[in-house]
Design a protein around this ligand. Structure first.
Ligand code: THU
Length: 134
């Protein structure tokens, strides 16, 4: 079910606030994510590492946090890239490929909300024919 405008605004506020806590000392590109399960919001931020490949994105942190707290059914995931260059457009705001596959695993039917834009996507828009074992 699509979020109400109020739910969308609340979820993006949570993602934008969370982004301020991002650990993005190498890229200076802070990202916050907020997932909605029932009426509960779980947040995540990107956490970088000197060994760059160990960096984890905000979306995966938020989803894993919610999973760790027992949630399994996700209505939406909002992503806020608060340092994105406004000239770069939507490409700099959407979830990366790794996160898309994790969303496919954990939140296949969730609405994917791009904060700071009026855009929402279904997973099938962003990752058609995704890999799946069940
Ligand atoms: N990043 C995210 O947190 N989510 C995405 O979907 C794309 C990229 C982070 C990873 C890295 O810390 C920074 O943004 C620059 O790539």
């Amino acid at each position: 079910m699509t979020l109400t405008p109020e739910e969308r605004a609340n979820l993006c506020n949570a993602a934008q606030e969370a982004a301020k806590s991002a650990y993005a000392k190498y890229s200076n590109f802070r990202v916050g994510a907020a997932v909605l399960a029932g009426d509960q919001i779980y947040i995540g931020v990107n956490v970088e590492n000197a060994s760059y490949g160990l960096t984890i994105c905000a979306e995966r942190v938020a989803l894993c946090s919610a999973i760790a707290q027992g949630e399994r059914a996700f209505r939406a995931i909002a992503v806020a890239c608060i340092d994105a260059d406004p000239n770069l457009g939507l490409r700099s705001l959407v979830p990366c490929g790794n996160c898309r596959q994790v969303i496919a695993e954990l939140a296949e039917t969730a609405e994917i909300i791009i904060c700071g834009s009026d855009k929402s996507f279904a997973l099938s828009d962003l990752l058609p024919l995704h890999f799946k074992l069940d």
